[in-house]
Design a binder for this molecule. Structure first.
Ligand SMILES: Nc1ncnc2c1ncn2[C@@H]1O[C@H](COP(=O)(O)OP(=O)(O)OP(=O)(O)O)[C@@H](O)[C@H]1O
Ligand SMILES: [Mg+2]
Length: 264
């Protein structure tokens, strides 16, 4: 059967065990910017904190089945996926139960592959499936990296930005060796950059030295609007499309599409 290389689903994990670096914000806003450019996107919220779920306007109190049930093999992704307020952007919601999944998985067969198995069974071919990881390198993140074709590492422009990175890179290598040999580091995205400080620009420079061409040219600035949007349950593209944050995420989306062979 002929398979178009441009139309296969690509699974991208957003990972960094450091908390609060912009994983969820980048998954949501890059996802929304891409859907605005015509791509069909699914975001899988793998974090018990449910920030991607609430940031897309879904109240987790009303989530019946979640990624928790999927990872335990008690529901399919198709059964839990919800539409969001954004066209072409769907969400597999998280719930607080997910916090227990690490323990429940321990004794299971193929415990690292549950997410990969679930994604293989998706009934609809999305252009990109984004997995928003929790801030740890535990079994949920291992599941995400085992299911992923690519990983994007958001890096906050602050002191010690690169600290802990070697741990993440070691985990990625271990997964490449044992579970998912084709996993690639797709890129690193600098987030929350304050251009008025030399610190911010120094960190950006360090990230570029470390990641070379894998560091995205587009950089996400620190803006109040980006911090406010999740409490309105909207991506920045819907909340304030003219803001600097929205412009930056559209630039990131354009670069992401070029890197994935899209022509325009
Ligand atoms: N560019 C930005 N400008 C201002 N605030 C931002 C920006 N990006 C993210 N934030 C805010 O910083 C906080 C952390 O961001 P986010 O939740 O995306 O990080 P995370 O890596 O997913 O965190 P966690 O590790 O807890 O999952 C959030 O309150 C978010 O709204
Ligand atoms: Mg998060």
């Amino acid at each position: 059967m002929f398979e178009s290389p441009l139309r296969r689903t690509t699974v991208v994990a957003f990972a960094n065990q450091k908390g609060g670096v912009g994983k969820s914000t980048t998954a949501i806003n890059l996802g929304a910017a891409l859907s605005g450019m015509g791509e069909q996107i699914l975001i899988i919220d793998c974090d018990p904190q449910s920030n991607a779920t609430s940031g897309l306007g879904i109240d987790r109190r009303f989530v019946d089945k979640s990624v928790y049930d999927v990872i335990l093999g008690e529901a399919t992704l198709d059964e839990i996926i919800l539409p969001t307020g954004v066209d072409r952007l769907a969400l597999a919601p998280s719930s607080i139960d997910l916090a227990a999944v690490e323990i429940e998985l321990v004794a299971r067969f193929s415990r690292e592959r549950q997410m990969a198995i679930a994604i293989d069974k998706l009934g609809y071919e999305y252009d990109f499936v984004f997995i928003d990881c929790p801030p740890s390198l535990g079994l949920i993140t291992v599941n995400a990296l085992t299911a992923a074709d690519e990983v994007i590492i958001p890096i906050q422009a602050e002191y010690y930005a690169l600290e802990g990175l070697s741990q993440l890179l070691k985990s990625i290598q271990a997964i490449q060796l044992n579970l998912n040999p084709t996993l690639e580091i797709e890129g690193a995205v600098i987030t929350m950059l304050d251009r008025r400080t030399t610190l911010g620009t120094d960190v950006a420079q360090q990230v570029r030295e470390h990641f070379g061409s894998k560091a995205y040219q587009a950089v996400i600035p620190r803006t109040v609007r980006l911090a406010e949007a999740p409490s309105f349950g909207e991506p920045i593209e819907a909340f304030d499309p003219k803001s600097r944050g929205a412009i930056a995420y559209r630039e990131l989306a354009e670069e992401f599409r070029r890197r994935h062979g899209r022509r325009s």
